[in-house]
Design a protein around this ligand. Structure first.
Ligand code: ACO
Length: 401
């Protein structure tokens, strides 16, 4: 029998913390989060103020470079990004080689990784100038690739949008522009998307961000690290929750809309079903982003004249959860993605693109965290373990097994 006690003793002082629930991996000056009080700030600025008063590109600049940009800095940033929208023609062949049914997140992760092959200079980032060049390159190309995952699915031609548009406007244009037609901007849609991207832009050491930092800590390039971040975000317990929430609300609707039945299912420990969009590793009071987004969902749906029955189901689930002992005791509140899918749907974004939208928002956060990690010359990330496998065994040759 394995003497686990002796093994543990022999490994020195190792903190065992599965899921890193209480382990800090770095010091960071980017995002402040107080899960008990429901506070979120980027570089010291309240998320509520940024969502209300800033636009996504300003917030991206703030996160990455540490200060709100002046008008000149912001214009230059945007113009430099616009210079870098184009990708190598061969990337189109790679996009075309994916099955049309492939999930856009898998395609986006692969394309982001492929970008390194076509931009080898971004692997060696040795100065702030190298960093700036890599930032504007990826801020330009990432939305193009993200939109092309949708264009591939819908068999639409690849396009670079409209260089006269703002950053967020062009994301919509990249996805939805029809050939030989000027894309018509709906300011309400742009405004709602801008808010959503800001709310998703950073969230300190979550699963995808930690992934980006840990991949980068081996001095792998920025784009390779970002590609790993996209993969980490894809899962339904993280960014994939926004797609999972809408699919759950849809199936509750199709099943007659009996929300109480699904509340019971979520509480049943024998049943793997979880109420998607509820609970958070860090927020144990409320998710401040969910508050802003809930109001935004109401506004956007009213503005666009959309009457979405899944919103009624969502509100009913939220109300029941707030009054339910199981959810109250475990401090399970709606998170940012409980309502984001409803807004994305109202904006005409297909369900399988929801997590890609999240990735577009999180991009500046990932970049900021990667830059910080490299500037601070952090050591390679390398957690330890407690070995609980077999003790040393004698090898048995194949003919004797
Ligand atoms: N539905 C039902 N029960 C839940 C839920 C839920 N959504 N979330 C947590 N619980 C229960 C767990 O079963 C556990 O119960 P127990 O104490 O009886 O064992 C308790 O609440 C604590 O849950 P953990 O899974 O230990 O909490 P953890 O911090 O590891 O997980 C997570 C957080 C992954 C977000 C979890 O709440 C979850 O799966 N939620 C649904 C998926 C989701 O919405 N993810 C998006 C997160 S936000 C984001 O990434 C942008």
């Amino acid at each position: 029998a394995i003497d686990i006690k002796a093994l543990r003793a022999s490994t020195g002082i190792i903190t065992l913390d599965p899921g890193y629930k209480n382990t800090g991996s770095c010091e960071s000056a980017i995002t402040y989060l107080d899960g008990e009080k429901g506070i979120l700030r980027y570089r010291g600025y309240k998320i509520e103020d940024l969502a209300e008063k800033a636009d996504f590109l300003e917030v991206a600049y703030l996160l990455i470079f540490g200060e709100l940009p002046t008008k000149e800095q912001l214009n230059k940033f945007h113009n430099d990004i616009k210079e870098h929208l184009e990708v190598d023609e061969d990337i189109k062949k790679i996009v075309d080689s994916f099955p049309r049914t492939a999930h856009p997140m898998g395609v986006l992760s692969s394309l982001t990784s492929a970008l390194t092959a076509f931009n080898p200079s971004v692997v060696d980032i040795n100065s702030e100038e190298d960093m700036y060049n890599a930032v504007v390159k990826i801020m330009g190309k990432f939305p193009v690739l993200a939109a092309w995952t949708l264009r591939r699915r819908n068999s639409k031609p690849y396009d670079y949008g409209d260089s006269e548009l703002g950053y967020v406007e062009n994301i919509l244009c990249l996805m939805f522009k029809k050939p030989n037609e000027k894309y018509k901007i709906n300011p309400k849609v742009v405004d709602a998307l801008d808010k959503l991207l800001i709310l998703h832009a950073d969230h300190e050491q979550n699963c995808s961000t930690s992934t980006v930092r840990i991949v980068g800590s081996s001095h792998a390039g920025l784009f390779a690290s970002l590609s790993a971040g996209v993969s980490a975000l894809w899962g339904p317990l993280h960014g994939g929750a926004n797609q999972a929430v809408i699919e759950m609300l849809e199936s509750i609707k199709q099943d007659g809309g009996d929300t109480a039945k699904y509340m019971e299912k979520a509480k049943d420990k024998e049943d793997p079903f979880r109420l998607m969009g509820f609970g958070h590793r860090v927020y144990k009071n409320f998710d401040p982003r969910a508050k802003i987004i809930k109001k935004s969902a109401d506004d956007v749906l009213a503005d666009l004249g959309v009457n979405d029955p899944v919103l009624t189901i969502a509100k009913s689930l939220e109300k029941q959860a707030l009054e339910d002992d199981y959810f109250v005791k475990r401090k399970l509140y709606p998170n940012v993605d409980f309502y984001s899918g409803i807004i994305y749907r109202a904006l005409g974004i297909p369900t399988e693109m929801f997590t890609v939208m999240f990735a577009l928002g999180r991009l500046p956060g990932w970049i900021a965290q990667w830059r910080e990690m490299r500037l601070k010359q952090e050591p390679i990330g390398r957690p330890r373990q407690i070995y609980v496998g077999e003790n040393q065994r004698e090898f048995v040759s194949l003919d004797k097994r």
